[in-house]
Write a protein that binds this ligand. Structure first.
Ligand code: B1M
Length: 274
């Protein structure tokens, strides 16, 4: 553990986790073997927060978030740490038919309750204006937790974010590009049945003659670099932190490169291995 600038604790959250290991840890000990560098009292509440999300007890979610903030844990650490592992376990249970939609909805409410508390803290870090980003969940898809996190982090990084919400028709992206003149457009998709709409929306951007004007970044659980290449997006973003780094690079190093250029795609992809 190292002290962050100010008084925030910095806790390692980037350890890759295997979902089967997570299941084993949770079922045998009710605790994950993560966050080795967190102080014991913080680690304890991390585990309680994980379980709060897994069990969907949303009225109590603030009871875990607030004490962690009082212990100087950064809002971003909570999102990337126990909130992510908790909701990942919910997804696994749903996939294995151990959970059904009502349980998933309650866990989503926990995530939302936590984000409602964390959003003002993250936005308060807002840096100087860097550019404009239009973002939305693609048509047919109602998942917005990840997209909201990305939007929040971009805003904190200084972007003017125009959030089109969920199930956004391609025509709404076009209208927003014309109205707000963004440098970056972000598509989120969580379903294998809706990810195709990322491609359809991008095709419409090309057909409307707007492709060079915008850099297109894509993300969401079923999305990959292969998929981004297939539809001709400029960047795939595995998570919100990568989205912020790539969006900043689009404004700075590659500010003069047109959207759709192959060297833009190559340079943004190279950032994944840096
Ligand atoms: Co749904 N759901 N869901 N769901 N849901 C998944 C996605 C699923 C994988 C669960 C499973 O089976 N294991 C599965 C999809 C399977 C598939 O397509 N192959 C699924 C299904 C099937 C469904 C329904 C069809 C269920 C049904 O009705 N029978 C239905 C669809 C409704 C619809 O959209 N039309 C449905 C509904 C729901 C709820 C409404 C109950 C709820 C969503 C609530 C909400 O979003 N407000 C829900 C939830 C919560 C999930 C899981 C459990 C969690 C999603 C989540 O919030 N993750 C999910 C399981 C999973 O993903 N493993 C699941 C946390 C979030 C922080 O991560 O969204 O990946 P994520 O975002 C990350 C990155 O991906 C990236 O950054 C984010 C932050 O780091 N990122 C971007 C995301 N968007 C980006 C955009 C960018 C850049 C990066 O642009 C630049």
């Amino acid at each position: 553990m190292t002290a962050e600038a100010g008084t925030k604790l910095e806790i390692e959250t980037e350890i890759e986790f295997d979902i089967e290991d997570l299941k084993h840890d949770l079922e045998t000990t009710r605790k994950t073997d993560r966050w080795h560098d967190a102080p014991p009292e913080v680690k304890d509440i991390f585990h309680q927060l994980e379980w709060n999300i897994i069990e969907g007890e949303f009225p109590e979610t603030p009871d875990f978030i607030n004490p962690l903030l009082e212990q100087s844990v950064a809002a971003r650490t909570l999102i990337a740490g126990p909130m992510s592992t908790g909701i990942a376990e919910v997804g696994r249970r749903f996939k294995m038919d151990e959970y059904f939609l009502p349980e998933v909805m309650m866990s989503a409410k926990c995530m939302q309750a936590a984000l409602n508390i964390l959003k003002p803290l993250i936005i308060a870090e807002k840096a100087a204006d860097v550019g404009t980003c239009v973002i939305g969940t693609i048509q047919g898809d109602l998942h917005d937790i990840g997209k909201n996190i990305v939007a929040m982090m971009l805003e904190a990084a200084g972007f003017n974010v125009v959030d089109l919400g969920v199930s956004t028709p391609p025509a709404d992206f076009i209208a927003a590009i014309r109205e707000h003149n963004p440098q970056i457009v972000g598509f989120s998709a969580l379903l294998t049945t809706t990810m195709n709409m990322q491609g359809e929306t991008l095709k419409l951007i090309v057909a409307e003659g707007l492709r060079e004007q915008v850099k297109v970044m894509v993300g969401g659980a079923p999305i990959s670099q292969d998929w981004a290449d297939r539809i001709g997006a400029d960047a795939y973003c595995v998570d919100a932190l990568v989205a912020v780094e790539k969006a900043k690079a689009c404004m700075n190093e590659y500010g003069n490169v047109p959207g759709g250029a192959s060297d833009l795609r190559d340079n943004l992809l190279a950032m994944d291995s840096q």
